[in-house]
Design a binder for this molecule. Structure first.
Ligand code: GRF
Length: 189
């Protein structure tokens, strides 16, 4: 049986690329679509290079989030799970209801600390000495769903925001694919 996953991303797509590389050649796992909310996002070229079909959804073309999500759900291929890998929008009730307990998100901090759009910078500016990466289930809140996996990243005295970002992304590129793989193994997806 093949586990079919849809990846959601808004920008660069390095985590999409990490997933595509990790699961390349795996006959039991298929990335069946990449959903992106920006038509010029670099992740789209990465999806094409990985031969993953793309779906671009312009939320601004719809009167409400519910209308946009209804249109999106109608376009999605059959899937067993959704992986948000740098998708910069809050998932609404329509999409949550279409994939109950089957949507996970990657966050670049140790939740419940530093939720929101700027997890790396917020932790750096606060002055914590340990931050990290979290993979969690998506619920109706902001970065508030049940935690699945976490990996700490120590902030060194000589770190700049840029050096910390690099180390966080390196950890993300490992933690997200391996966590997805564990979820598949456990039959969650
Ligand atoms: C990642 O740091 C992710 O945790 C955050 O946005 C970033 C996306 O990076 N939510 P990329 O597009 O995967 O390179």
């Amino acid at each position: 049986m093949t586990t079919r996953l849809i990846v959601f991303a808004s920008g660069t797509g390095s985590n999409f690329e990490a997933l595509a590389t990790y699961f390349a050649g795996r006959r039991d796992v298929s990335l069946v679509a990449l959903v992106c909310d920006h038509k010029a996002a670099p992740v789209l070229a990465k999806a094409k290079a990985a031969h993953v079909p793309t779906i671009v959804i312009d939320y601004r073309a719809y009167p409400t989030k519910a209308a946009a999500e209804t249109a999106l759900v109608a376009q999605l291929p059959e899937a067993d799970g959704l992986v948000l890998a740098g998708f910069m929008r809050i998932i609404g009730p329509t999409l949550l209801a279409a994939f109950p307990d089957r949507i996970i998100n990657l966050h670049p901090a140790l939740l419940p600390s530093f939720p929101g759009r700027a997890g790396i910078a917020d932790a750096f500016e606060y002055g914590v000495t340990v931050t990290g990466v979290t993979v969690h289930f998506v619920d109706a809140g902001i970065d508030s769903g049940r935690i699945i996996a976490q990996e700490p990243v120590r902030i060194r005295p000589d770190d700049t925001l840029a050096t910390l970002e690099t180390r966080i992304h390196d950890v993300e590129h490992q933690l997200l694919p391996t966590t997805v793989d564990h979820l598949i193994e456990k039959g969650v997806f």
